[in-house]
Design a protein around this ligand. Structure first.
Ligand SMILES: C[S@@+](CC[C@H](N)C(=O)[O-])C[C@H]1O[C@@H](n2cnc3c(N)ncnc32)[C@H](O)[C@@H]1O
Length: 216
């Protein structure tokens, strides 16, 4: 039974309505508890494609040190304002800016790869793996392709969110299960690969690499 991650919403109490709605939808429709529980306590985390930092802030508020990489300057601005009380969370625009802060115990990639062109995904995985500590782990979570009807619903939802938040509609290309698993292999041995369906969304969570170097 899916339990929404309502505790990720605390920073959004005074957020602009569009950001609060997006965060609420995120918490309701994604298995965020399962994702967050795979990030050990006391670790350094690279959160790639962090958005306005909903997950990054939850982790930073609970003792992880987080570098949140986000290409959209509006989301960085919003995230920096929403989470300004967290000295162990910083936002950067790209991986070059994250380089000097690594290596990281955990590389977290949640609902990002579907926005990255397919031909670029393996190269991105290699780039991220190079930033991971030797005993580090990657935690990947994506909605995977699962048939024309459900994939279309996801595409329509993305368009609606784009309209709501004033962002251009993204090109959505959901990865296949197999593709996600083979991208995870770039980070090391696959420790876990599970389907976590929520409503019509086919979420897949893959953990690869080592212990993550943390206490949990
Ligand atoms: C659906 S949001 C997920 C945000 C966050 N990971 C979460 O789970 O709450 C996708 C984010 O990926 C960012 N993004 C899109 N293309 C990207 C790319 N090529 N590299 C890094 N981030 C990207 C978007 O700007 C957006 O903030």
């Amino acid at each position: 039974m899916h339990r929404p991650a309502m505790d990720t919403l605390n920073p959004y109490r005074n957020a602009p309505l569009s950001a609060a709605v997006r965060a609420l939808c995120s918490a309701m429709t994604r298995p965020l508890r399962e994702v967050l529980s795979r990030v050990p306590a006391g670790t350094s985390v690279l959160d790639y494609g962090a958005g306005d930092g909903q997950l990054a802030a939850w982790l930073a508020a609970r003792g992880r040190t987080v570098v949140a990489v986000e290409p959209d300057p509006r989301r960085i601005e919003l995230g920096a304002a929403l989470h300004r009380g967290l000295p162990n969370l910083c936002f950067v625009r790209d991986l070059r800016a994250a380089d000097a802060r690594g290596p990281f115990d955990v590389v977290l990639v949640v609902d990002v790869l579907y926005l990255v062109p397919r031909a670029e995904r393996a190269g991105l995985a290699r780039r991220l793996a190079a930033l991971m500590a030797p005993s580090g782990r990657a935690v990947l979570k994506e909605v995977v392709a699962s048939g024309i009807v459900r994939d279309t619903i996801v595409g329509v939802q993305e368009r609606l969110v784009g309209l709501l938040t004033g962002c251009p509609p993204p090109v959505v290309d959901l990865p296949e299960r197999r593709e996600l698993d083979s991208l995870a292999l770039v980070f090391g041995t696959i420790r876990e690969s599970v389907d976590l369906p929520v409503a019509w969304y086919a979420h897949r969570l893959v953990v690869a690499g080592g212990t993550g170097g943390g206490r949990g």
